[in-house]
Unconditional design. Structure first.
Length: 103
């Protein structure tokens, strides 16, 4: 492994960690808004059962947050979706760079 490859690997590892942390922070903001303003809905997402995790996943991946008529929640959900998109873009850029440099 050359020095350039090692530095690229380090850069992508750090970028992946940063993008993942930002994405998790944004989803934590959505969770805190839900816990404060919509506690009845928040209670359905608690626990480690499949039903609770499935309900949370369906909520975050659907248009349900926009039906609650809470503009701050809607903005937080959009920001979390953007952060997840950036995280996926970083991972795809790492794979694309590896393919280009390997060939």
């Amino acid at each position: 492994m050359s020095l350039t490859d090692a530095l690229l690997l380090l850069a992508f590892i750090l970028a992946n960690m940063a993008a993942g942390a930002i994405s998790m922070f944004r989803y934590a903001q959505v969770s805190s808004i839900l816990a404060q303003r919509h506690p009845d809905l928040w209670r359905t997402f608690q626990g480690y059962s499949f039903a609770a995790r499935d309900a949370a996943g369906r909520f975050y991946c659907s248009r349900a947050p926009f039906r609650l008529n809470d503009p701050e929640l809607s903005r937080a959900v959009i920001r979390s979706w953007i952060a997840t998109g950036v995280w996926i873009a970083v991972i795809l850029a790492a794979f694309a760079t590896a393919v280009v440099r390997g060939g």
